[in-house]
Design a protein around this ligand. Structure first.
Ligand code: NAG
Ligand code: NAG
Ligand code: NAG
Ligand code: NAG
Ligand code: NAG
Ligand code: NAG
Ligand code: NAG
Length: 798
């Protein structure tokens, strides 16, 4: 009943129940307790104590390395063509089946790392021991975090934090019911080389270089602002920061902070000398601060909430709350959570937190979310906080289109266009002898590191030698068009990317000289993070087949008149080994050679790409039970995602999504719970290890946060892409893998391929009801909605 009322309220747009992560004590440990705010370019993690708290500050482009550090930086490309070596490697692999690719492995010189900018620290001159009723929270519905406590002398002190996209600034608001104690504000960084900190006119400026002697320039400014005119003309600047004395009698103030670097994404091409050098950001940062400081706090807050909710409320998932968890602190919920029995409220909070993190780390003017989204607290981040493109960057955007957040990905398309295509075209030619198109490999920075890493050592090939990463990323480019139907975008942004990738693979696929079966294969390849170097890796083949199919499916929309190219794609698709082969123990083979080890519980599910998130298995072969059985066999042999190799969250939610694709709610829900138990910290960050004895050194990696969104959506809706030439009415399955614990739930605004959105409920008895299809154009492909049993559902259109 309670949930039912909540639905009603939501549909009337009146629900205002805060959607919070919250805690009764301060956060001290960054990775497991700090809470994130962000607007894509700016990010901050807030933590700290009662009378002193701080933000770890991140500016999205602040990296060490690249051409800022190394003037002759090449993006990992060799000085000379490696094609003669490649030809020898290919011949050997076609003779022997596997081989060494040492001769084409490259360099990671100047690779660099995403890097924290500094701290904003705010001190209150009061005795923390006199405080009570402390609360720390993050309201993901409003996009506002904060903390509050009560002291007798100063009343209730409340701090609100947010990073505003409209203002391009972050706001730290401080308010009390009685005049505040002395407030000190500072900006600092322990980086070497040390930054320059200057203070003037109620503003602190922190400027420095990411490294010495050369490095990227960063600039951060924080200004203090007061309501009304009582403090007009007063300067609270000290030599180290700002200090507003208790004697000023202030009850409210706020800090406006903006930051940026001199990185310019549009300067990573040959005509700009691959410099990525932009202008000194000082003027822009100062302008952002001045503009925001001229507005009232309420105006800043209102424009921020409006902007945030336009995205956040575009979609909603409500799960039941049988345990009354909505009224409990998040760390209590985590503590009570067990593998045997989940907590639907916590699971839905985690799902919504994933959407929140995407809104906070991905905006049209920002770089795409990296391995830590945008929240990092080291001068060097784990795995450089880079873009890993063999599952991680992809997982970051799994849930975006279906939840109406595809518009946040403009930064991703630009990042690929500006930083991958130019260098990647060189890599295509230097490493592969490709005459057209571009390529990238598995580890990529913001400076177009499209070459291979590895320094010539074959034992490192498994990490880097994945040359279909470009094809995998094209899934998201295609999906953006498929969901939005935006032809202008497709013509100008999406299709040029897809065409370049298709050209690379057309130019490099070889006829299989091992099996001599006339098919086209990739040679050499490494299935992500697995030996050996071989040919015909399933993932590469499946992904290339999807790129070719997508070129053809979108041909009319592309506006391309190059019919010779179209013909080459059609011919290549007809001869392509599609990477779907059932092997000796009934598994989907990871390689064209039937060499899978049934005991291999490896973290990646590379050969199931075409099952999820791809469609070359799940949709193209959906009627073939030999193949669906093989998918299940593969999943069983691959284990639960905690093997001797790793214990990450992303491997579990990927498995969970694959099980959802098999309509298996039991296994899918188990994987989600397993991930929560093993990999989510109290602040709901996905972390690599939750060993209590090593707290303080846990590694936050954001992919599983985003992955939960994709997995949960796949438990509720199967709206698969279709193969080239598959036509007719399309079936969408609703609630194919919704566990009993989630019966009594509601999903609103799930976007569909071809346009429009579907909303529905899963009743307390597990029946799908109240299906509403909205905004679907009559010209879009016809849809039939069925439930898990295959029964056609009654649909109301609006
Ligand atoms: C770049 O310069 C460094 C020294 O500054 C040198 O060691 C390195 O070999 C150069 N790399 C290339 C690709 O020229
Ligand atoms: C040739 O193939 C065999 C079997 O896959 C493998 O063990 C061997 O290492 C390969 N030879 C080289 C030089 O890679
Ligand atoms: C905490 O705040 C007080 C009062 O503003 C200040 O004197 C002190 O240096 C701060 N401590 C830290 C660790 O920031
Ligand atoms: C932020 O402050 C903390 C605590 O003083 C310090 O350990 C950390 O190094 C600082 N971070 C930066 C980026 O300077
Ligand atoms: C199903 O897939 C298997 C394995 O690829 C294949 O041998 C079989 O012919 C397929 N069945 C149909 C009906 O296409
Ligand atoms: C889900 O998968 C598990 C493990 O393979 C299996 O035991 C169970 O029967 C499956 N459930 C359904 C409904 O298919
Ligand atoms: C999942 O259920 C739907 C609806 O009954 C059915 O069409 C589909 O074939 C099922 N998928 C699998 C892998 O069994």
């Amino acid at each position: 009943m309670f949930t039912h009322l909540l639905f009603l309220a939501t549909s009337l747009g009146t629900v205002s129940a805060a959607r919070e992560l919250w805690f009764n004590q301060p956060a001290w440990d960054w990775a497991s307790q700090a809470l994130p705010i962000g607007n894509g370019k700016h990010a901050a993690s807030f933590f700290g104590g009662i009378n002193n708290d701080s933000w770890a500050l991140n500016s999205d482009s602040l990296w060490t390395g690249g051409p800022f550090q190394l003037k002759n930086y090449t993006g990992g490309n060799p000085a000379e063509s490696r094609v003669p070596a490649l030809r020898g490697i290919q011949d050997f692999i076609f003779k022997n089946g596997t081989g060494s690719i040492a001769g084409i492995l490259g360099s990671d010189a100047g690779y660099g790392s995403y890097s924290v900018l500094g701290n904003l620290s705010v001190g209150l001159d009061l005795d923390a021991a006199t405080a009570s009723s402390y609360k720390l929270w993050l309201d993901i519905d409003r996009g506002v975090g904060g903390s509050s406590f009560v002291t007798e002398k100063y009343g209730k002190i409340t701090r609100d934090y947010f990073c505003s996209f409209p203002a391009q600034a972050c706001i730290y608001h401080l308010e009390s019911t009685k005049p505040l104690p002395t407030v000190t504000v500072s900006l600092g960084s322990t980086r070497s080389p040390a930054p320059t900190i200057t203070t003037a006119s109620n503003t602190i400026t922190l400027r420095g270089l990411a490294e010495s002697p050369d490095g990227m320039l960063y600039d951060a400014r924080a200004a203090i602002v007061f309501p009304g005119t009582a403090q007009k003309g007063k300067d609270f600047t000290t030599s180290t920061g700002l200090s507003v004395p208790a004697t000023a009698g202030v009850k409210e103030l706020w800090i406006v902070l903006s930051m940026d670097t001199n990185y310019d994404e549009t300067k990573g091409n040959p005509s700009d000398g691959y410099t990525f050098q932009g202008i000194d950001p000082a003027k822009k940062v100062a302008g952002n601060v001045a503009a925001a400081a001229s507005k009232s706090y309420n105006a800043l807050l209102a424009e921020h909430i409006k902007d945030h909710q336009a995205l956040y409320r575009a979609f909603s998932l409500t799960l039941p709350d049988p345990l009354g968890s909505a009224s409990k602190a998040t760390d209590e919920l985590m503590k009570a959570y067990t593998l045997d029995k989940g907590d639907p409220y916590l699971e839905s909070l985690l799902f919504d937190f994933g959407r929140y993190l995407l809104i906070g780390s991905s905006r049209p003017n920002s770089l795409p979310p990296n391995l830590q989204g945008k929240w990092s607290n080291g001068f060097g981040a784990a795995w450089s906080g880079d873009y890993h493109t063999n599952i991680n960057l992809q997982m970051n955007v799994w849930g975006s289109e279906a939840t109406g957040l595809g518009g946040t990905l403009d930064g991703l398309w630009r990042y690929m266009t500006e930083t991958w295509v130019p260098r990647g075209s060189e890599t295509a030619s230097l490493l592969y002898g490709a005459t057209e198109g571009w390529v990238v490999h598995n580890e990529i920075n913001t400076f177009g590191h499209t070459g291979l890493k590895g320094n010539g050592d074959q034992s490192t090939a498994l990490w880097f030698a994945y040359s279909a990463a470009n094809a995998w990323m094209m899934q998201h480019v295609w999906d953006h068009y498929d969901f939005t139907g935006d032809k202008d975008w497709y013509k100008s942004v999406g299709y040029p990317l897809i065409k370049g990738v298709a050209q690379f693979h057309l130019s490099t696929l070889l006829e299989d000289k091992y099996y001599n079966d006339g098919t086209l294969v990739v040679n050499p390849c490494n299935s992500p993070e697995q030996p050996p170097s071989t040919f015909g890796c399933a993932i590469d083949q499946q992904q290339i087949s999807e790129v070719f199919m997508n070129v053809l499916k979108g041909w009319d929309a592309s506006g391309d008149k190059d019919l010779a190219f179209k013909k080459r794609v059609e011919d290549a698709l007809s001869k392509l080994y599609t990477g779907i082969r059932v092997g000796r123990y009934g598994q989907i083979q990871e390689w064209k050679l039937d060499i899978d080890n049934p005991e291999d519980g490896h973290r990646h599910l590379s050969h199931l790409y075409g099952w999820y998130p791809g469609y070359s298995i799940s949709s193209v072969h959906r009627e073939n039970t030999t193949i669906t059985k093989a998918v299940e066999t593969t999943l069983i042999h691959r284990g639960l995602g905690k093997w001797t190799d790793a214990n990450a969250g992303w491997e579990k939610v990927w498995r969970g999504a694959c099980w959802a694709g098999l309509n298996n709610s039991t296994m899918s829900y188990y994987e989600l719970r397993f991930a929560i138990v093993e990999n989510f910290a109290n602040n709901l960050y996905s972390v690599y290890s939750k060993d209590p004895s090593t707290i303080g050194t846990w590694v936050f990696q954001i992919d599983a946060n985003f992955g939960t969104v994709g997995q949960v959506l796949h438990m509720f809706v199967h709206d698969l892409d279709v193969g080239y030439g598959q036509s007719g009415e399309k079936t969408v399955v609703l609630a194919p893998a919704v566990p009993e614990a989630w019966w009594g739930s509601k999903i609103e605004g799930h976007r569909l391929r071809g346009g429009g959105e579907v909303s529905f409920e899963v009743s307390g008895e597990g029946k799908v009801k109240s299906v509403v299809l909205k905004s679907r154009k009559s010209s879009a492909p016809k849809l039939k909605f069925v439930d898990a049993t295959g029964k056609e559902l009654e649909v109301k259109r609006s």
